[in-house]
Design a protein around this ligand. Structure first.
Ligand SMILES: [Zn+2]
Length: 325
């Protein structure tokens, strides 16, 4: 499921392609994705409108448009859900089976396809009002995060997924940030020390920035005709060579050695989502951190990493990804 970095990379890619383009036709194949906007209102508002901007808020794409004949600007809100894609396809390209909405832009079509129809493309922007601060903006301060976590008895990993606490962080980057900050995903949110809060904020921002920077360099195949995936899910371009494998350290790495200490990465389920963590680097208590580690739990990182072939790693990743969805 795309998170903030994946959506940001997509926004940066789409922005120059749609700017100043006028919508000359609106085709709706799945009215469900427009909800609560009706198909009729969607069609009426967008036909003849011109794209004036595209931004991201959390995991949402926010398209700005100038309506046909003037009037107040429109916001079109997109969300990719679990498997949605948004891209430009050359006019005349055969539409994918799961096309939900197509906007005719002259020589190109803006295509939104979504095999599971969990995503959205709507004129209703109320979802944005419920979002917490952007993690890369100043409002996401240590004081803010400390106060917000301090009010919650939920496990810190679960709380990080709360979009009203911070917008755009999902399952992958929450696991990664907690690993980097060396905080147990099971720790009650209000039990984090001031130092842990500061570390967590820093690592959330660092991992998101790295993912955006790295994702921006990938040879993504945004168009359906190219056969590519169009997004760098989990930090890895579809069908990419190992060179492009992402740099995630715990996510989807159950059973592999921790790169920091060699302990086997574990998976646990929290609020129906998988969490990946290193039990040694992210102990549940300080006491456990000080205690000696059970040797049977450890693998010599160096040996294990050198024997794991590229193919094995890819297979493991692809297999567990299917299970995740
Ligand atoms: Zn470790």
């Amino acid at each position: 499921m795309p998170e903030l970095p994946e959506v940001e990379v997509l926004v940066q890619h789409l922005r120059p392609l749609i700017l100043k383009k006028t919508i000359r036709g609106v085709q709706i194949y799945r009215a469900k994705v427009l909800a609560p906007t009706s198909a009729r209102a969607f069609h009426r508002c967008l036909l003849g409108a011109t794209f004036t901007g595209l931004d991201r808020r959390g995991k949402y794409l926010v398209f700005e448009l100038r309506p046909h004949g003037g009037g107040s600007p429109l916001s079109l809100i997109g969300h990719l859900g679990m498997t949605g894609r948004m891209y430009l396809a050359r006019r005349g390209t055969v539409l994918p089976k799961h096309a939900a909405v197509v906007l005719r832009l002259g020589r190109a079509d803006f295509v939104y396809e979504d095999p599971r129809y969990f995503g959205r493309l709507t004129l209703d922007s109320t979802a944005l009002a419920r979002l917490g601060p952007e993690p890369l903006e100043d409002r996401f301060s240590v004081d803010y995060l400390g106060a917000a976590l301090g009010r919650s008895t939920q496990a810190v990993k679960v709380k990080l997924l709360d979009q009203s606490l911070v917008a755009g962080v999902g399952n992958i980057y929450a696991s990664e940030a907690l690993f980097r900050a060396q905080i147990s995903p099971r720790l009650s949110a209000r039990k984090l020390t001031a130092r842990q809060v500061a570390r967590l904020r820093r690592e959330v921002r660092a991992v998101l920035r790295e993912a955006i920077r790295w994702g921006s360099t990938l040879p993504l195949h945004h168009g359906q005709a190219s056969g590519g995936d169009g997004l760098f899910y989990f930090g890895r371009a579809a069908n990419a060579l190992d060179f492009y494998e992402e740099r995630l350290r715990v996510y989807d790495r159950e059973g592999q050695p921790c790169e920091r200490c060699g302990t086997v990465i574990r998976r646990l389920v929290q609020a129906a989502r998988s969490t990946f963590y290193c039990p040694r680097c992210q102990p549940d208590s300080q006491k456990q951190r000080m205690g000696r580690q059970n040797p049977s739990d450890s693998i010599t990182t160096k040996n294990k990493l050198t024997v794991t072939s590229v193919a094995d790693r890819l297979r493991v990743r692809l297999g567990s990804r299917v299970a995740q969805w």
